[in-house]
Design a binder for this molecule. Structure first.
Ligand SMILES: C[S@@+](CC[C@H](N)C(=O)[O-])C[C@H]1O[C@@H](n2cnc3c(N)ncnc32)[C@H](O)[C@@H]1O
Length: 273
């Protein structure tokens, strides 16, 4: 089944395996804790997306939040490489547009707007907010890892993430396949461990059965408080702006979102640090 899904995903992004993934595609060492500062080459806060698919969300996020590092985990090799190539091209276009004096004066608000409009499919409010700060790079550092998220997340240090995005995870609708679902009690314990206090877990699915399962599993984990789902895109009618969301919107499907805040207990009261 997994092999068939991988063949299908290769078909959808083309059979080309000549993507130029540059430094975006990362090889992790085979075991032990993952050194995120080493992976990104800096110690900025890290957000993670599991199951990036064709990478539309992580691309938009990189342009919207240049001050964070973004770790994408995608186990379909073709999608992972395709996304890494898209991220590399986005960085090059943004950098060229911002610094090309023939187009607009480098480092100006207009330069950033220009770059964002041309190179970034879904410029967000956050991107414009950061446009004045010329000290910031034009897009966040992104690293794509081609691996099973359960293995990668288990190797992340405690409290190392500020946000975990999981959008439209495979629902495995047949009962006999439910055990293949990514979001299960042991995995949620791991998620709770790797989020730092004040960090957020964000999940969106179109599958009501999976949504109820995730909600139940999250209820059983201490240290995760329910919060309102934050706005992830400025696009009208979209919740997070992924490819699956856009496809499902055209089909008129309903979406279910869950957002949780990681907290610690101090003096008997939950605190976000
Ligand atoms: C239904 S697609 C959604 C893709 C994207 N998030 C979107 O909304 O367009 C689910 C994606 O998660 C990936 N995936 C599923 N389980 C995974 C796992 N355990 N580790 C990493 N990626 C996974 C699949 O390869 C697929 O690309």
């Amino acid at each position: 089944m997994l092999r068939r899904m991988r063949r299908e995903s290769a078909k959808q992004v083309g059979h080309r395996d000549t993507w130029d993934t540059g430094e975006v595609l990362a090889e992790l060492p085979s075991g032990g804790p993952i050194d995120l500062a080493g992976l990104f080459g800096n110690a900025r806060p890290v957000e993670c997306e599991i199951g990036c698919g064709k990478g539309t969300f992580i691309l938009a996020r990189a342009a919207a939040r240049p001050e964070v590092n973004l770790l994408g985990i995608e186990y379909a090799r073709s999608y992972c490489r395709y996304t890494a190539d898209r991220v590399r091209r986005q960085r090059e276009r943004l950098a060229a547009a911002v610094h090309d004096p023939r187009r607009t004066p480098a480092g100006t608000h207009e330069a950033y707007e220009h770059a964002t409009r041309n190179a970034h499919e879904h410029a967000t409010h956050d991107a414009r907010k950061h446009a004045d700060d010329t000290a910031l790079p034009p897009a966040a550092s992104v690293r794509m890892v081609c691996a099973d998220a359960a293995d990668v997340v288990a190797r992340l240090p405690a409290g190392s993430l500020i946000r975990m995005h999981i959008y439209f995870p495979d629902p495995w609708p047949k009962r006999r396949h439910h055990r293949r679902r990514l979001i299960q009690p042991p995995f949620v314990q791991t998620l709770q461990r790797v989020l730092r206090p004040g960090g957020e877990l964000l999940v969106v699915t179109d599958h009501l059965g999976y949504f109820k399962h995730i909600r139940r599993v999250l209820t059983d984990v201490p240290g995760l408080a329910r919060i309102a789902f934050p706005r992830m895109t400025d696009a009208d009618g979209e919740c997070v702006g992924t490819n699956f969301e856009r496809k499902y919107i055209t089909q008129g499907r309903a979406f279910y979102s869950l957002a949780r805040l990681r907290y610690t207990i101090a003096c008997g009261r939950p605190v976000r640090r």
